[in-house]
Design a protein around this ligand. Structure first.
Ligand code: FBP
Length: 349
């Protein structure tokens, strides 16, 4: 058991404390595990994302105490009433990243158009796409929500950012992840070498490594879908939901938080599948391809899982618009492949 020395605030005396895990920050871990990123920009982008996570967490944690619950009174490009925390999280993500000289473009769920880097700031070679606060419908009821992000490399280093830089398939992602605001605040990411989890130590104000090399467990435990939409699903999707519902070995339990980040996180730790397909309100699906489904598909593949739109890999779909929606089946590979198989068979009849 590693020993570490800590200064006790009250007496100022030195005392020995036991740390179950060595204190490894994201930056340290990236530099140790992916020295090719040591030159800085991507490591620094993670520093900025971690800071954004800390700032957003400091608000979500006190949401009931501060006047930040409820709606902002504005409507976003999705036609959704923006919540005060949606707008706050969006402003944090943009203001922490638009002047660093590391990015050439950004795209956000809360912004109609792609976000250029202001001319007064130097441009960089990375592109940041994000959903500043996923699961917004859960904010006021104190249920876990999250920030989803994806990092691409620019298509042309000679140019300042362009819309095209944002409209890349998730297969091109350099890194992706999410920040989960739950019982604790966690940052889960992959930069192409596995999926790793860091937990925010509120005392130290640091995200410390707690979950190295996360992979979907072979035997799944859960399935996550909104059964309330069952009547509006295609016959193939209904057959798949029935198959999940009646599976014996293993018997799966249904869990649906209504927050993609939280449902994905549980399924990553315990095995399972999250599904959001076309239905009455969203015929082509609700989840946005660029800054929700794409990053989750990248993480799933890095964790030994798979993500599909019901017919093929979500990683290979090139977005044609920033806020394009898609169907999503993501989780244990065999569960998602079963969906493709059942849907294909139902369409064949
Ligand atoms: P937001 O990004 O606007 O929150 O929408 C995405 C989402 O909240 C997912 O996180 C969640 O899984 C889904 O929508 C819930 O939708 P529904 O309430 O229709 O089941």
């Amino acid at each position: 058991m590693r020993q570490a020395v800590a200064i006790s605030k009250s007496s100022g005396a030195c005392s020995e404390i036991s740390m179950s895990k060595p204190a490894i920050t994201i930056e340290r871990f990236l530099l140790d595990t992916q020295p090719e990123y040591a030159k800085g920009d991507l490591t620094a982008i993670f520093y900025d994302l971690a800071l954004a996570g800390k700032m957003i967490a400091s608000q979500t944690r006190r949401a009931g105490l501060l006047d930040i619950l409820g709606y902002q009174g504005s409507v976003n490009i999705q036609g959704e009433q923006q919540r005060t925390l949606d707008v706050y999280a969006d402003e944090v993500m943009i203001s922490l990243n638009d002047h660093t000289g590391r990015l050439c473009a950004m795209a956000s769920e809360e912004q109609e158009n792609w976000i250029p880097i202001p001319d007064q700031y130097p441009k960089g070679n990375y592109v940041l796409v994000f959903d500043p606060l996923d699961g917004s419908s859960n904010i006021d009821i104190n249920v876990s929500i999250g920030t989803i992000f994806g990092v691409y490399h620019t298509l042309d280093e000679a140019k300042r950012g362009r819309l095209e830089d944002c409209l890349q398939p998730a297969r091109n992602l350099v890194a992706a992840g999410y920040i989960l605001y739950g019982t604790s605040t966690m940052l889960i990411y992959s930069a192409g070498q596995g999926v790793h989890g860091f937990t925010l130590d509120p005392e130290l104000g640091e995200f410390l490594l707690t979950h190295k090399n996360l992979r979907f467990p072979e035997v799944p435990t859960y399935y996550s879908l909104n059964l309330g939409a069952y009547p509006y699903w295609t016959p193939g999707v209904r057959q798949y939901a029935d198959w999940l519902n009646t599976l014996k070995t293993p018997r799966l339990s249904q869990r649906y938080i209504g927050s993609l980040v939280a449902d994905f996180h549980r399924n990553l730790l315990y095995g399972g599948v999250y599904v959001y397909t076309g239905e009455e309100k969203y015929p082509e699906g609700k989840i946005r391809l660029l800054y929700e489904a794409g990053p989750m598909a990248f993480l799933a593949e890095q964790a030994g899982g798979y993500a599909s739109d019901g017919t093929g890999s979500l990683l290979d779909i090139t977005p044609t618009s920033l806020h394009q929606r898609t169907q999503i089946f993501v989780g244990n590979k065999h569960l998602v492949q079963k969906a493709e198989q059942i849907i294909a068979t139902s369409q064949a009849v």
